[in-house]
Design a protein around this ligand. Structure first.
Ligand code: ADP
Length: 169
């Protein structure tokens, strides 16, 4: 599995599955979650309600349709809410490893990730980038996923991710 970094809008990625930084309720929210539901249309929320009537636990992942998005699936992950005191890094690592497991379940080969927990949930961005790379590297040899694309919403996040990957200029 190759880990790549691009700057752009997660919702517009042409990959098999986009990963959503959701909340435990899985009924939509702000940030990238809101963007996915807006761009994906009502089918995404309908599938969330049907498949996850009780939502998901922090650190867990689950798939739904991607509705109108270019991707086929959304893999929803629930990042820890650092701002609310959820500072267990294992939960953040788990979001990435569980997302890859769910991708393997459905047969998704290419995945695009946001920087989970690094927005509204307030995880320090540099460590969020390091955790993303660390977690993805830990499963790189054992997954059928061929590309894990880390999508940075701005240049600063892209620089952090490239630093974490170790190929900064
Ligand atoms: P969380 O609640 O897990 O912190 P957020 O959606 O608030 O999730 O933020 C996660 C990261 O996603 C942040 O770095 C934010 O800048 C970024 N982000 C927000 N919208 C998009 C988007 N459309 N594409 C890619 N990244 C996005």
């Amino acid at each position: 599995m190759e880990i790549t970094v691009v700057e752009g809008d997660l919702t517009q990625q042409h990959v098999d599955a986009v990963v959503n930084a959701a909340n435990r309720h899985l009924r939509g929210g702000g940030g990238v979650d809101g963007a996915i539901h807006r761009a994906g249309g009502p089918a995404v929320l309908e599938d969330c309600v049907r498949r996850f009537p009780h939502g998901l636990a922090t650190g867990d992942a689950g798939w739904t349709t991607a509705g109108d998005l270019p991707a086929r699936w959304v893999v929803h992950v629930v990042g820890p809410d650092h701002r609310a005191g959820e500072t267990d890094r294992a939960l953040l690592l788990s979001c990435y490893t569980r997302a890859v497991e769910v991708a393997d379940e459905v047969g998704a080969r290419t995945l695009a990730f946001p920087l989970v927990s690094a927005g509204v949930y307030g995880w320090p961005r540099e460590d969020a980038a390091a955790a993303a790379v660390e977690a993805l590297r830990s499963v790189a040899a054992t997954t059928g996923v061929t590309e894990a694309r880390l999508v940075a919403y701005d240049a600063a996040a892209a620089a952090l991710l490239r630093d974490a990957l170790g190929d900064a200029p």
